[in-house]
Design a protein. Structure first.
Length: 134
């Protein structure tokens, strides 16, 4: 893909924030950071639409709550058409981490993640989605 050069004018405070972001997140330069932000914004816009995206649902819960363990499992069976793989990690005596890789239409992945968010006793649910185009 060919690169195009253009001028950008930013308020000083925003430029400082951009430079801090470049350093903090190890971008090689400002251009890559801006490109990342634009792509991220495009993906987020696609979320509300019918676009195909891939990502992961990360769930943390207490396995000693037996019903919760069953419900977490049942959701994965109900949404198997969206799920590519699942990984279960026993974090400590009580806590489990599930990393469920997913692919499908964005609004369906959001609905899948919301099923976990709706379970009583779930400690955290994060959905990460990425477009697959350049
Ligand atoms: Ni576990």
């Amino acid at each position: 893909m060919s690169l195009k050069r253009f001028g950008v004018s930013l308020e000083e405070g925003i430029l400082t924030e951009l430079d801090q972001m470049v350093e903090r997140e190890n971008f090689p330069n400002r251009s890559r950071a801006i490109s990342y932000l634009v792509k991220k914004n495009i993906v987020e816009q696609k979320w509300s639409g019918d676009e195909q995206v891939a990502g992961a649902v990360v769930v943390v819960y207490d396995h000693s709550k037996m019903e919760l363990h069953k419900e977490v499992n049942a959701i994965q069976h109900n949404y198997n058409c969206l799920i590519l793989s699942g990984q279960h990690i026993h974090l400590d005596e009580h806590n489990c981490l599930e990393v469920i890789t997913v692919r499908g239409k964005a609004h369906k992945l959001i609905r899948l993640a919301s099923k976990y968010k709706g379970l009583k006793g779930i400690k955290n649910v994060e959905l990460v989605m990425s477009g697959t185009d350049d």
